[in-house]
Design a protein around this ligand. Structure first.
Ligand SMILES: C[S@@+](CC[C@H](N)C(=O)[O-])C[C@H]1O[C@@H](n2cnc3c(N)ncnc32)[C@H](O)[C@@H]1O
Length: 335
């Protein structure tokens, strides 16, 4: 499947496929970011979160609505998106409870106390780029005690900084020998991240998305969804992590939920991948066909060959999108 086919599928149903090149160059994007976006520094998560959206933030932010009252980041993960959306009130939700517990500590603890705790733990367990034994001991202690801040320290020293749990809810990422440690860049990002959390009006929750309560939202509000992708693989969607796995059923439920939000005039944006290495998400394609109000924005992902032209030629590429139920040039048109 290529974009021409998407255009036919979507065009027939009046969904709009944005011109493929419109987001291929960050320099073209930046002038379109509203003044409000410039007032705050962009925050990048200190967690190297799988599926994290930090690299495509400059493409996403201009597409989001302006003047949001309540914003919901329903699958918050590393919080790369929610923390960068200006809103009166922000809900960051993710069903990974240990992650949410960590964010709650970031929210309520003095930053100097957090840094001092991290440094003391690193010293006490002699954590370093080489000390695998120390890492394993520390991981064992975390799995016994589940102290929220220890999850951040574990991620700092874990392979690729990955946060991964097994079906018994034990953190099981191996040691990042000679690669991962609590470096200065991570510390800088952590400080900026905690500051943003503490200066914002955020409610953290760990509901399965199905059970999130949207009843207080209206047409001034915005829901951003970055679920696991059906056509790619990640540690949180193989169904073996002790948390609900992502499958066709979950995908359909989410799309139904988005239709319901649209009926209630609540704006939403859904990140997803329509095709990855020749595998097509037909549930998503059918949904786009069936719902003519949807707008499909092409996102140039961080894969090396991911603009439209190379996508057509290179079957290894992904076709990444941001699907919205509003026009981003003038968000008032629809509602
Ligand atoms: C693609 S990641 C989000 C990444 C995030 N946008 C970022 O930039 O860091 C998807 C997230 O969905 C969460 N998740 C998976 N299934 C879920 C469910 N049923 N309900 C709520 N969250 C879920 C995972 O724990 C994961 O953190």
């Amino acid at each position: 499947m290529n974009c021409t086919r998407y255009a036919i599928l979507c065009g027939g149903a009046r969904a709009v496929l944005m011109p493929p090149n419109s987001f291929s160059d960050t320099a073209q994007i930046i002038p379109r970011i509203g003044v409000k976006m410039y007032l705050r520094e962009i925050i990048y998560s200190p967690l190297n979160y799988i599926g994290g959206k930090q690299k495509i933030l400059p493409q996403l932010l201009p597409i989001f609505p302006k003047n949001i009252n309540i914003c919901v980041d329903l699958f918050a993960g590393g919080c790369n998106i929610g923390l960068n959306i200006p809103a009166t009130k922000l809900y960051c939700n993710d069903n990974l409870i240990y992650l949410i517990e960590l964010y709650k500590i970031f929210q309520t603890t003095d930053i100097s106390e957090i840094l001092s705790y991290i440094e003391t733990q690193i010293k006490d367990f002699n954590l370093s780029l080489e000390n695998k034994e120390g890492f394993n001991l520390f991981r064992q202690q975390y799995n016994e005690q589940k102290k929220p801040l220890d999850l951040f320290i574990l991620a700092a020293f874990a392979f690729n900084h990955q946060i991964r749990f097994n079906s018994s809810h034990e953190f099981n990422t191996p040691f990042g020998y000679q690669r991962s440690h609590f470096n200065n860049m991570m510390k800088k990002k952590l400080v900026a991240f905690i500051n943003r959390i503490q200066e914002s009006n955020i409610i953290f929750s760990h509901h399965d998305f199905e059970f999130f309560d949207f009843s207080n939202l209206n047409n001034h509000d915005f829901v951003y969804c970055d679920p696991p992708y059906l056509v790619t693989t990640a540690t949180y969607n193989d169904g073996k992590r002790g948390f609900t796995g992502w499958n066709n059923n979950q995908e359909k439920k989410l799309l139904q939920l988005l239709c319901k939000l649209h009926q209630q005039k609540i704006k939403f944006a859904l990140s997803n991948v329509i095709e990855h290495k020749g595998k097509v998400n037909n549930i998503l394609v059918d949904w786009i066909k069936d719902n003519p109000y949807l707008i499909v924005n092409h996102i140039t992902s961080n894969y090396s060959n991911s603009n439209y032209q190379t996508f057509v030629r290179d079957k290894q590429s992904s076709y990444e999108v941001l699907i919205t139920n509003y026009q981003h040039e003038d968000v008032n048109i629809l509602f």
